[in-house]
Design a protein around this ligand. Structure first.
Ligand SMILES: C[S@@+](CC[C@H](N)C(=O)[O-])C[C@H]1O[C@@H](n2cnc3c(N)ncnc32)[C@H](O)[C@@H]1O
Length: 329
């Protein structure tokens, strides 16, 4: 019997698999197959994102030995997110959360810990509190596009939902480029950029994030190309004035407050990847104005605008890619 699948060239396989996971379109009942340079990924066709609809086909794929899922044990499909061997819930009802946690642990999912969100992401360090429902470790190793990230969700920021977004930015990096990641976290932009032979400065205020970033740089074989800096980027980055060819500003709620620093870091020609949480009616305008007003000695060209995800009703998480060219060039 044939099953619906998405087919792309083998080289695009991992990127497409990640986007299908993010769209919740991957079906785990069948094996992925590679044949004559093409990969065939089994999917739920209704959930396949628009950009991959042309790649839909049918193919005979081998059945996987079916493991018990949490939904098999509950009478509903729970909403869960996976980060390494941690399963994350977002349940207000504590009894329902506990019931899901027990089903997750009994199921065939590779899971050591189940956590429930206990606060919003808060404060300068963008960390949240958790209720531990099963297991006891908040540290895990998460894999994304072939890279490994060791991290502790109780001590650092990390969102697996931004995998494609990070990929879209880091695949723009060129060998020998000077990349300044102003809000680097545990390194999910800095490490792939360094792996593309860029020279990377990665800064974060959170000492735990920097410690994980250094460990992750070693794990992924790019420690030589990354210099880490712990502290408030607006006060610790003077050494790199005029240095950067590319700047990543992944602090969406307050990146505008750091534009002056970004402009100081920028070389004569520099791409800024600027993140914002903005009104859905005109999501790019305020960021573009803020960049233009900060970069008075540059011509600012907006190269790309992207909606990363919906953030809250009427609000979007967006990215603006703006190229700065110095007037005196
Ligand atoms: C939204 S997180 C992004 C982390 C990382 N880029 C990622 O994608 O996982 C923002 C990061 O900025 C750091 N941060 C906040 N204020 C900062 C500042 N003034 N200077 C440097 N880092 C800061 C936080 O500690 C946090 O790790």
């Amino acid at each position: 019997m044939t099953v619906p699948c998405v087919t792309v060239s083998r080289e695009r396989g991992e990127a497409v698999r990640q986007s299908l996971i993010e769209a919740d379109a991957l079906t785990e009942d069948y094996e992925i197959e590679v044949m004559e340079g093409r990969i065939y990924i089994p999917v739920d066709p209704a959930a396949v994102p628009d950009g991959l609809r042309d790649a839909l086909t049918e193919r005979e794929l081998s059945h996987r030995d079916r493991q018990l899922t949490p939904a098999d044990l509950l009478e509903f499909e729970p909403s869960i997110e996976r980060l390494g061997d941690i399963v994350i819930l977002d349940e207000d009802d504590r009894r329902r959360a506990q019931e899901i946690a027990e089903a997750v642990m009994e199921s065939g999912l590779p899971c050591e810990t189940v956590l429930n969100r206990a606060s919003p992401i808060e404060g300068e360090l963008r960390v949240r509190e958790w209720d531990i429902l099963a297991g006891n470790s908040t540290e895990t190793v998460h894999r994304e596009y072939g890279y490994e990230y060791l991290l502790n969700v109780a001590k650092v920021y990390f969102s697996p939902r931004l995998a494609t977004e990070r990929r879209l930015v880091t695949e723009q990096t060129k060998p020998s480029e000077h990349v300044f990641d102003m809000f680097a976290g545990v390194g999910p932009f800095a490490i792939p950029a360094a792996d593309r032979d860029a020279d990377v400065i990665a800064c974060d205020l959170n000492e735990h994030a920097i410690a994980y970033l250094e460990e992750n740089a070693r794990r992924n074989g790019v420690a030589e190309q990354i210099t880490t800096v712990q502290g408030d980027v607006s006060t610790v980055a003077d050494e790199w004035t005029g240095w950067a060819d590319r700047i990543i500003m992944n602090l969406p709620h307050s990146a505008d407050e750091f534009l002056e620093t970004a402009v100081r870091l920028a070389g004569d020609c520099c791409m800024i990847h600027y993140y914002d949480i903005a009104d859905a009616e005109a999501p790019f305008a305020s960021g573009e104005t803020a960049i233009t007003e900060a970069a008075t000695d540059y011509t600012v060209s907006v190269i790309n605008q992207r909606v990363v995800r919906s953030y809250a009703p009427g609000q979007l998480n967006i990215r603006v890619d703006a190229e700065l060219s110095a007037h005196n060039r």
